[in-house]
Design a binder for this molecule. Structure first.
Ligand SMILES: C[S@@+](CC[C@H](N)C(=O)[O-])C[C@H]1O[C@@H](n2cnc3c(N)ncnc32)[C@H](O)[C@@H]1O
Length: 196
């Protein structure tokens, strides 16, 4: 939560998840028109997915606790001649942003949190997602072979997001997460979740 361990993962070469281009699942979502309105990319890392959303002409904010990742993301935006907002923020305290978003992206963040951290994270997401807005979660799945380091069961997603805490899981579909260590990506869930 301090950001220091995460920041260290951006020193001395690319982090395992930092593949240098948007995740294919997110690129597909973008091409299908899945992003609308103001967009938040929670745990944006070095910003490839955020920059992809910005290239659609949408207003997007990328937030992360790792200042090194944010600096890399801002440099990419400058190098590509884009104006994109990146900010340091804790995903557990998103209400401090004082903003609401129609679409929220979690690409590889949910699966980093332990079960006891999830309620706080989910409440934080709820505080910044417009009613009828959409949250997309791309996380490692438990359906191997060659699962990623924090595999999540479908039931865990359904337990974390439910009508009692303001969410409705619409779909959970099998997908892949590309990493620097999986030749064809690791098994993933792609969840579409509506704020109610
Ligand atoms: C697995 S990486 C995924 C990065 C990016 N979404 C991507 O697809 O390349 C998880 C990211 O979440 C960030 N992160 C971890 N805990 C966080 C927190 N509490 N608040 C904001 N960002 C956090 C990390 O610094 C890291 O950049």
């Amino acid at each position: 939560m301090t950001g220091l361990p995460w920041d260290a993962s951006y020193h001395g070469g690319p982090a395992p998840w930092d593949i240098g281009h948007p995740q294919p699942a997110i690129a597909r979502l973008a091409s299908e028109g899945g992003f609308t309105g103001a967009v938040l990319d929670a745990g944006c890392g070095t910003g490839e997915n955020t920059l992809l959303v910005a290239s659609l002409g949408l207003t997007v904010l990328g937030v992360d606790v790792a200042e090194t990742a944010l600096a890399m993301a801002r440099k990419k935006a400058i190098d590509r001649g884009m104006e994109v907002e990146f900010a340091a923020a804790d995903a557990f305290q998103l209400e401090r942003l004082g903003r609401k978003f129609k679409t929220v992206l979690d690409c590889g963040l949910f699966h980093t949190f332990d079960g006891n951290e999830r309620p706080g994270y989910v409440a934080s997401l709820a505080s910044v997602t417009e009613h009828d807005g959409t949250l997309y979660v791309l996380c490692f799945s438990d359906e191997g072979p060659d699962t990623g380091p924090h595999p999540i069961r479908q039931e865990e997603l359904r337990a974390a997001f439910n009508p009692s805490n303001g969410w409705n899981v619409v779909t959970i579909k099998p997908d892949r997460i590309q990493t620097r260590f999986h030749e064809n990506g690791a098994p993933a869930w792609f969840a579409t979740i509506k704020r109610i």
